[in-house]
Design a protein around this ligand. Structure first.
Ligand code: FMN
Ligand code: SF4
Length: 549
């Protein structure tokens, strides 16, 4: 069924994108959506129920959301910062309770008190400032620390001259297999969470014969606590464009697509500017190489759905289908957007490629550990004395990052959740034994993920934190498989009843629930929730025992 729908959507391709039409139709408060969606159904020859089921999936397209003037961030870092309730009250007073809604993480975790108003991300301190001033400040000042322990950083160095930045591609345009060789030598692994070697994906797509191929940048950074992709998109967009461009040359794709979450309006603006600047650089390279380097970029803005960060859901979203997760195989490298070979990578993964091609794969692989090469961006939330973005060598002791670069926390904390809502809950006592790399975290029963760090304050109840994780998962579940769709809701209900009504949770039932979600879920949203919950049950058993039989 979905293959048929995909084929119908592919007829109009990206130029008359079904997804863009659906989001446009859904974004007008008060418009007759029924009529608009019927028209789309006729135009694309896709049943109205399919168009409606795609449209109804997204938070930003529902009527409740559209009626709001201001959206309060309810991401984990804002929730644990202790400022959430005060900010909620202040916004309700200023804008009216019925005009104040909520939004999933805005990636302003360094402030811990953010909200979105008229496509501008603000903090508590901005509440009474005129919007133009807030916008201006956002562009001009760095609102948090950007630091590193790496002598020659991969990501955070400024890009001063675009012509020399892109100019190193002259060494590769005649034979792009040289670029692939360097990437293989670097042993770069994807930074979107799973850590899959990039060169294997590239070789697979490059050797798959097809009339059309795509490169997609996964800029849907939905993990509450992570804002490193946001920083790269806003401050170093050319590092991403560079990576996508060379990827396109390697696999034979002529189209690069940014899928940027709608909660990051500043990133959309910055990437669009960079795309305009890229056009001139591409022309210079084409003239120098004597080849028409045919590669164009497109930007797609998400419409509020965490699961669209999962690669197959993201691809379905761009196609205008309901963004449910696809079962794999086939993998996107051979069967991706519109069924064509597609390299889909995380923002940070693409951002590594300029360094690898300028310094060489061997040099890159001398950074980091034996299995986790290179450097990693880490996001520290507002609980730290120096909140911000830090580029560190893979393998750096975690304590050096949290207590050295981050300066420790402003108030006592009992644990850190690292790697987003599906990342482990690390008690402070365990920090000393960990290094910041994939293996160290896995060996200790945690997950590095995208390396966003959210502190759990001493006085913040662990049960409330777990309730938040179950609530998040049940809200964001795509609904395709029942262990996640039903399991996350049952877990939420059990915990809610225990917290609000004093009922005791049967431990065996709860363990069964976690096991079913872990083993039976189709993707890591349902399957990964068990990890932080089991960490909490293990490390905070005395705090949690009163809620269990
Ligand atoms: C629930 C869920 C959410 C995800 N969210 C993101 C995301 O926001 N950004 C991202 O790059 N990868 C995310 N991923 C991982 C992607 O599916 C995919 O593995 C990744 O984008 C591949 O890029 P990489 O090879 O550069 O890591 C998510 C996965 C799951 C299961
Ligand atoms: S685990 Fe959840 S999000 Fe993933 S496919 Fe199943 S229902 Fe969808």
């Amino acid at each position: 069924m979905s293959r048929n729908l995909r084929g119908l959507s592919a007829r109009k391709g990206l130029t008359e994108s079904l997804f863009k039409e659906i989001t446009k139709a859904g974004s007008y408060p008060g418009a007759d959506k029924d009529l608009l969606l019927s028209a789309l159904s006729e135009k694309y020859l896709i049943g109205k129920s399919s168009v409606l089921s795609a449209s109804s999936f997204y938070d930003f397209l529902n009527c409740d959301h559209l009626g709001k003037k201001v959206l309060l961030c309810n991401g984990t870092a804002c929730l644990t910062s202790g400022k959430h309730d005060k900010l909620e009250k202040a916004l309700a007073v200023k804008f009216g309770k019925n005009k104040t809604g909520t939004v999933s993480c805005l990636g302003n975790c360094h402030s811990g008190d953010s909200f979105l108003i008229d496509n501008t991300t603000c903090s508590f301190a901005d509440i009474d400032l005129p919007e133009e001033i807030v916008r201006h400040d956002f562009k001009s000042k760095e609102m948090f620390t950007v630091g590193t322990n790496v002598p020659k950083p991969v990501f955070i160095s400024e890009i001063s001259d675009l012509t020399s930045y892109y100019g190193i591609l002259n060494d590769y345009t005649a034979d792009v297999s040289l670029a692939l060789k360097e990437i293989e030598l670097s042993s770069l692994r994807g930074r979107g969470g799973a850590g899959f070697p990039l060169h294997i994906k590239l070789r697979t797509s490059a050797t798959t014969v097809s009339d059309k191929k795509y490169v997609i940048c996964n800029a849907d950074e939905g993990d509450p606590g992570a804002f490193s992709d946001k920083w790269l998109l806003e401050k170093r967009p050319h590092s991403i464009l560079f990576g996508m461009f060379i990827t396109g040359l390697i696999i034979g794709a002529d189209t690069g697509i940014f899928y940027i979450r709608g909660e990051y309006p500043e990133a959309v603006r910055s990437v669009n500017t960079a795309i305009e600047e890229f056009k001139k650089q591409k022309l210079i390279l084409s003239i120098k190489s004597g080849r028409d380097l045919n590669f164009t970029f497109q930007v797609f803005e998400g419409a509020g759905a965490y699961i669209c960060g999962e690669e197959t859901s993201l691809i379905n979203s761009i196609e205008g289908l309901r963004p449910e997760v696809r079962s794999r195989p086939p993998f996107p490298a051979t069967y991706g957007l519109f069924g064509k070979p597609t390299i889909l990578c995380n923002v940070e993964t693409f951002s590594n490629l300029r360094y690898i091609l300028s310094e060489g794969g061997q040099e890159y692989s001398s950074l980091g550990t034996e299995k986790s090469k290179g450097t990693k961006l880490v996001s520290l939330d507002s609980s730290f004395i120096n909140p911000g973005i830090f580029e560190v060598n893979m393998g750096t002791p975690l304590k050096n990052v949290l207590y050295g670069m981050g300066g420790g926390t402003k108030y006592p904390v009992k644990a850190f959740q690292i790697g987003g809502p599906l990342g482990g809950i690390i008690p402070v006592d365990a920090v000393n034994g960990l290094n910041l790399d994939f293996e160290s975290f896995i060996d200790a029963g945690f997950l590095l993920g995208h390396a966003g760090v959210v502190a759990i304050p001493e006085e913040f109840p662990v049960v409330k934190f777990l309730l938040h994780l179950f609530e998040f998962t049940s809200r964001e579940s795509c609904g395709k498989c029942f262990p996640c769709r039903i399991g996350s809701m049952r877990g939420f209900e059990l915990l809610k009843n225990a917290v609000e009504n004093g009922s005791k949770i049967e431990r065996t039932l709860f363990d069964d629930l976690l096991e079913t979600m872990k083993l039976g879920s189709l993707c890591a949203l349902g399957g990964g929730l068990a990890l932080p919950v089991m960490n909490a049950l293990h490390y905070f058993s005395s705090e949690l025992e009163e809620y269990f039989q």
